[in-house]
Ligand binder design. Structure first.
Ligand code: AHR
Length: 497
């Protein structure tokens, strides 16, 4: 099959906000305990942070990491996680039915994030708590000194404020599973008042209001409109959460799921614009896709691990087709870079994550690590409006699915042009013509490919490198254009300069 892309350097869609390559660490399963933190591990530093994990995260160049939840945050008393570790209380954790030791809290996570080179996207508890705990936490984290909470932070050994800029106003407050779930009106009012006061403590904050937990929620769309109507002027972003799976084992349909993401982003943007028009406001709300991934292990019985400390939970194993979906979703986000300013691959270590650790042992990278790595490494700069022609197919839930999912990114400072492309065709290679004549003289740097004959193949402890990218992709210069061969069912990164 044949497809083509024309990219012109003057047709700029948007500057990419690097925070779309964010991720998420929740106090859930072995993400924190046994993931980023394992005191006594041969590769742990003096604070108990695993350096092998830290290096894998550093390589990803993750600009921002959401913390501490997730569902966890809706029952969390942040004061339990600060101060001398030996006097921290153990508590029953009701989101995931475990025992939380509170060994790691805000300050330790801030330290770890700094070592990882990431900013922290903090979340406040609007499930069991509200304005008071939220404003105290902002004062504790961000106020320099001279007040009770800021001086307490200093007494805990952190003279410099953390200066966390981005904060989530609760988590998935529409979900019945959420501790302290709310109606849209209850939440919208609380979010507004909390946001207002948090910004009084620190006017530099950027705040994210909770959208729906997914577009399949019965209150989706109405929730967004009601919440925004109540808190529009005090918030800056609206969140979107989306997870996909292939439980029905229908690969063409699964690979088309990013069309659902595209529609979801478009719908939420439209709702934001509707409220903006209604309020006659000059302010635009941007989107924070602060949970997205493939998630297959839903339905794990929490009662089996009830009140254990950091039991394994949601430890998904990602195969080749999952990596293709992740690639398609990253391309979709880039195509919406004018609106999506933040996104968090949920999550980063052990829990629905690209990195898995073994207790006391090694770690390995899942297939999904690689498209995320490539996008974060090369997807910086501006997104160009791609003109794409591709043959299409119909699947169970989608019509007109292009076999080619692709986008072009241009980094002016270095002159680098990167084309990300997925060939969704399961049995045929694609010949892609790249017309980038507006760039003048350009050469191929490399064509990275990730492919595997078995779409269900995955990496594991025994075979950690079964699926890794290679640089043997075929791209040739042909007069003013380039021709690339995208193998069947493959992820491609074509780098030109
Ligand atoms: O990322 C795992 C969980 O998924 C989060 O805690 C919650 O917000 C979502 O339902």
């Amino acid at each position: 099959i044949r497809a083509s892309m024309i990219a012109d350097k003057d047709f700029v869609l948007a500057e990419i906000d690097k925070r779309i390559y964010g991720s998420f660490i929740e106090h859930l399963g072995r993400a924190v305990y046994g993931g980023i933190y394992e005191p006594g591990h041969p590769l742990a530093d003096e604070n108990g942070f695993r350096l092998d994990v830290l290096n894998a995260v550093r390589d990803l160049n993750v600009p921002i990491i959401r913390y501490p939840g997730g569902n966890f945050v809706s029952g969390y008393n942040w004061e339990d996680g600060v101060g001398p570790v030996e006097s921290r209380k153990r508590k029953l954790e009701l989101a995931w039915w475990t025992t939380e030791t509170n060994e790691i809290g805000t300050n330790e996570f801030a330290e770890w994030a700094k070592m990882a080179g990431s900013d922290v996207m903090m979340a406040v508890n609007l499930g069991t708590r509200g304005i008071d705990a939220a404003r105290n936490l902002v004062e504790y984290c961000n106020h320099p000194s001279g007040s009770y909470w800021s001086d307490l932070r200093i007494s805990h050994g952190y003279r410099e404020p953390h200066r966390f800029k981005t904060w989530c106003l609760g988590n998935e407050m529409d979900g019945p599973w959420q501790i302290g779930a709310k109606t849209a009106t209850e939440y919208g009012r609380l979010a507004n008042e909390t946001a207002k006061v948090m910004k009084w403590v620190d006017p530099t904050l950027e705040l994210v209001a909770c959208g729906s937990s997914g577009s399949d929620m019965p209150t989706f769309a109405e929730w967004e409109a009601t919440v925004l109507d109540l808190c529009y002027e005090n918030v800056d972003y609206l969140s979107l959460h989306m997870y996909y799976n292939n439980h029905e084992d229908n690969t063409p349909n699964f690979l088309a799921r990013s069309l659902n993401l595209d529609h979801f982003i478009g719908s939420v943007a439209a709702i934001c614009d509707y409220i903006q028009a209604k309020k006659k406001s000059r302010k635009k709300i941007h989107l924070s896709l602060d949970e997205w991934n493939v998630w297959k292990t839903q339905g794990t019985s929490l009662s089996e691990t009830r009140w254990q400390i950091a039991p394994p939970e949601c430890e998904d194993v990602y195969n080749m087709e999952d990596a293709l979906v992740i690639g398609c979703c990253l391309i979709t986000m880039l195509k919406h870079a004018d609106r999506v300013r933040m996104a968090c691959l949920a999550q980063l270590v052990n829990v629905i994550a690209p990195i898995t650790t073994e207790k006391g042992g090694g770690m390995w990278l899942h297939t999904t690590y690689y498209p995320y790595l490539h996008a974060s490494m090369y997807g910086r700069g501006t997104v160009l409006h791609p003109m794409i022609k591709s043959p299409k197919y119909d699947s169970k839930d989608f019509t007109d699915v292009p076999y080619l999912e692709s986008v072009c990114v241009y980094k002016e400072e270095t002159g680098e042009i990167t084309v990300f492309a997925v060939n969704r065709h399961l049995s045929e290679a694609m010949e892609l013509t790249l017309d980038i004549r507006s760039f003048g003289a350009v050469e191929l740097v490399e064509h990275i490919v990730m492919e595997h004959d078995d779409l269900k193949a995955f990496n594991s402890k025994e075979e950690p490198n079964r699926i890794t990218p290679h640089t043997g992709g075929q791209t040739f210069k042909e007069e003013a254009a380039f021709k690339s061969i995208l193998p069947k069912a493959s992820w491609n990164v074509i780098r030109l300069k």
